[in-house]
Design a protein around this ligand. Structure first.
Ligand code: AMP
Length: 265
């Protein structure tokens, strides 16, 4: 009996800029989707990957915990890092390549050159996390330039981030389509987030008030702020803007952000 060999595609793990550039050279005339992440992957990240795989010939996921976008050293230090599990998950998902650059390689200038946006970045996340927006835009620009993707995928969960990235891509004539992806939620409505794993079971139970109040009809942003504060959240903001209701809170030092489409209220 003749056995037909079965080939499983390998997932390319690219840990240097040179490895990425070499791999990228093999992909001429292909559509390439980039999914930038900071790791500790969950189904929300995978939904971006699936969208990219449906749209493109090749999907590249980057995992890089970007020091420049953390305004607090402690938050950067405590950010969950689970690279082995992440790679397993991406392999199961049949991702073509994962880019895992080193901090030094991404910042040869020692953070001296950064992207600055002077309007959208002054409110909400920008206001509560000084330096975050510039750090985020800078790393996204670096990744877009390095990967030269045709499409890049970003979650609506970070709605202001998505608007800022679109604006940057337009302003700098970046030849990459920025594709928004809907927020994936757990069955209890909490938006999936890498930070959720830091919640204890009782904190998680309390955290559910956050999406519950955001989804509630006929309630003002002021009332939501009052309710959340009464429940023990530290509320950074709850606002109606850009056709969305956007909010950020801290629960025992763990920061949660979310937004929903504005309903007629
Ligand atoms: P992060 O690893 O948190 O930087 O997220 C990487 C990308 O995944 C960003 O574009 C996020 O907006 C997106 N993302 C994170 N959580 C979710 C979610 N629950 N649903 C959809 N996209 C998400």
């Amino acid at each position: 009996m003749k056995l037909t060999p079965v080939f499983f595609p390998v997932m390319n793990i690219l840990t240097s800029l040179d490895a990425l550039k070499k791999y990228r050279k093999t992909l001429s005339n292909k559509t390439i989707g980039l999914v930038p992440t900071m790791g500790h992957l969950h189904q929300g990240h995978l939904s971006l990957c699936q969208k990219s795989q449906a749209d493109n010939d090749i999907t590249i996921v980057s995992i890089f915990v970007n020091p420049a976008q953390f305004n607090q050293k402690k938050d950067f230090k405590n950010y969950p890092r689970t690279i082995d599990e992440d790679l397993k998950l991406l392999k199961t998902q049949k991702i073509d390549a994962v880019f895992l650059p080193k901090i030094k390689a991404m910042y040869p200038d020692n953070y001296q050159v950064q992207v600055e946006e002077i309007q959208l970045s002054r409110v909400l996340e920008g206001r509560f996390r000084p330096g975050h927006v510039s750090g985020m835009l800078t790393i996204v620009l670096k990744l877009l330039n390095l990967v030269q993707a045709t499409h890049a995928y970003f979650g609506e969960k970070d709605y202001q981030q998505l608007l800022l990235i679109k604006k940057m891509a337009d302003a700098f004539f970046i030849p990459c389509k920025i594709i928004p992806c809907a927020t994936l939620r757990a069955s209890d409505k909490l938006a999936l987030s890498s930070r959720n794993s830091r919640l204890t079971p009782s904190q998680r139970k309390k955290a559910l008030h956050f999406p519950r109040l955001l989804h509630q009809k006929n309630i003002s942003t002021k009332k939501i702020t009052q309710e959340l504060t009464k429940l023990g959240f530290k509320v950074d903001y709850v606002v109606d803007k850009w056709g969305r209701r956007l909010a950020a809170v801290c629960l025992d030092g763990i920061r949660l952000i979310d937004n929903v489409k504005s309903k007629v209220r």
